[in-house]
Ligand binder design. Structure first.
Ligand code: 6PG
Length: 251
């Protein structure tokens, strides 16, 4: 089944569309479970989305006390390091809205990578339970937000690394040669138990790789973003025209 595409004319309208979608999913989750569990993406693309969610109508309309924040991946650096995904979310979202401290499930990038990965997985297993297939969650995150790198990676699932094809573990630490640093990442196995997965991709520099991922041969070890196929949930790619410029499908 072809994944759903939502294509906006430019980056600003893309961010607005993404914020509207996240707010809708949040309302649905509140109605269904009384809370909203979201794993956030790092990188630069989602930062304006988080800023928009922390201001104006979104900040006022979302009951942030019922939101649980997780991360799809983290760089193995302290939380105040400029490279930290937690720091990016703190600056763009957490400093602007009131989310209870216990609802912010940070990956401890300052710890030994394997210790931090094991600790995060333990926290996820406790939170979601592991009564599904292969000891995965029966139902995972309400939403996983993802970006895509120019090499087709997503989260910290980089081409050729073992985490890309891991079927049992939920979280893995790996040294990533491409960025010369340790990273901690959710595995596709747990991402694919989410109710909704949204890729947010902007910019012409992603267009060729996006075409390869969405319309080219299936080769997930080369293009890890292709591993993201929710088992029961919905997959949506939110793009701007620049990123969608090489797609046959288009709007
Ligand atoms: C990270 C992200 C990573 C990111 C892509 C795209 O920790 O950097 O999780 O997967 O989404 O690299 O990054 P940009 O949005 O900066 O292009």
């Amino acid at each position: 089944m072809l994944p759903r595409l939502g294509i906006s004319s430019d980056q600003e309208t893309l961010i607005q569309a993404a914020a509207e979608k996240v707010a809708r999913l949040c309302t649905e989750a509140f109605e269904e479970n009384g809370m909203f569990t979201v794993a956030l993406s790092g990188g630069s693309t989602p930062r304006p989305l988080y800023t928009l969610l922390a201001t104006g109508k979104f900040a006022r309309s979302i009951d942030w006390a019922r939101v649980h924040l997780f991360w799809g991946d983290e760089r193995c650096v302290p939380p105040d390091d400029p490279r930290s995904n937690y720091r990016m979310v703190r600056e763009s979202l957490l400093d602007g809205v009131s989310i209870p401290h216990g609802n912010v499930h940070r990956i401890h990038g300052e710890e030994d990578p394997n210790v931090a990965a094991a600790g995060y997985e333990k926290e996820l297993r406790t939170f979601f339970g592991s009564t599904g297939v292969n000891g995965l969650p029966r139902v995972g995150f309400d939403l996983v937000l993802l970006g895509m790198g120019e090499d087709g990676h997503t989260a910290s699932l980089f081409p050729g690394l073992p985490a890309v094809t891991e079927q049992v573990r939920w979280v893995m630490a790996q040294f990533v040669e491409a960025v010369s640093m340790w990273r901690i990442t959710l595995t596709p196995a747990v991402i694919n138990t989410a109710k909704h997965v949204i890729f947010l991709v902007s910019g012409a520099e992603k267009a060729h790789r996006l075409r390869d991922v969405l319309e080219g041969p299936v080769q997930p070890e080369v293009l890890p973003a292709q591993m993201i196929r929710p088992v029961h949930g919905q997959l949506l790619w939110l793009l701007d025209d620049a990123a969608a410029g090489c797609l046959k499908r288009g709007r």
